[in-house]
Design a protein around this ligand. Structure first.
Ligand code: BT5
Length: 237
């Protein structure tokens, strides 16, 4: 995969910027910003993006049936987990879009698509940045874990190398291998979870599996339920 990086000092959100230019640039264009003033999580949630972190959005134009596109979030999460492993940081994927280290969030993925035209894979990784006070218990950075600053460009290159690999599997339809890797690196399987949608507990039970569609399979006591990724969040309970 050939990457082309657009470097910005400041932007509201690299995902928003990427969506604006996506139709006019080739696949593999990456929007990278030193800081975001309005970084986005899912469903209008915020993403704290001060200087020192890696805030990037990758423009992709996969030719694949539309139902596969949501699985891109796993491609992003796996790339981050692999890059962190190169620094000796053991990370896990909290289905569907968080990357955790020892239960604390180090990265979040935000995948957005325009039907059939393009997908934007947003990756936010806490590298050398400060963690806002209100997230101190729930979030962590690479610097916080390692005790020293890490070269941002090196982290970027390591993510891109891993992304090339996982995206090549995605493009050649090897979704099962991607999902197997997600299962192996999963923080949720075997755990008791609550699935939250719009602040409401949708269901509760033991996370049994992530199936080949990428859905989370939960044993609820009233039978097995499948939860498609989308806008749900998981809480451990
Ligand atoms: C996510 O949303 O985890 C997706 C985050 C994606 C961020 C990237 S940065 C580059 C690109 N451009 C963007 O504008 N976004 C993408 P969600 O699962 O909804 O989690 C959001 C929640 O994570 C917030 O409500 C906070 O609780 C928490 N949070 C916010 N900033 C954080 C940070 N820097 N580190 C860890 N947790 C954070």
């Amino acid at each position: 995969m050939k990457w082309h990086i657009v470097r910005l000092t400041e932007v509201r959100s690299t995902n928003e910027y990427a969506k604006e230019i996506a139709e006019d640039v080739p696949e593999g264009t990456i929007v990278l910003a030193r800081r975001q003033t309005s970084g986005k999580g899912r469903k209008g949630r915020y993403w704290a993006s001060p200087e020192g972190g890696l805030w990037m959005s990758v423009i992709l134009k996969p030719k694949t049936p539309i139902e596969n596109v949501p699985k891109l979030v796993f491609v992003g999460a796996l790339a981050v987990v692999d890059a962190l492993a190169k620094y000796g940081i053991p990370a896990e994927i909290k289905w569907p879009n968080d990357v955790l280290v020892e239960g604390r969030k180090i990265a979040g993925i935000l995948s957005e698509c325009r039907l059939d035209r393009f997908a934007v894979l947003g990756i936010g990784l806490n590298v050398n940045n400060e963690i806002p006070e209100e997230l101190e218990d729930s979030a962590v950075s690479m610097k916080g874990l390692l005790g020293f600053e890490v070269d941002l460009d090196e982290v970027l290159q390591r993510i891109l190398r891993a992304l090339s690999y996982w995206y090549s599997l995605f493009k050649s339809g090897r979704h099962r291998e991607i999902l197997d890797a997600v299962r192996r690196r999963s923080a949720v399987l075997g755990r008791h979870v609550r699935v939250i949608e719009d602040g409401e507990v949708l269901l509760e039970g033991t996370a049994l599996d992530i199936d080949d569609d990428g859905a989370l399979v939960v044993e609820t006591g009233e039978g097995t339920k499948r939860v498609l990724y989308g806008d749900v969040s998981i809480r451990f309970s």
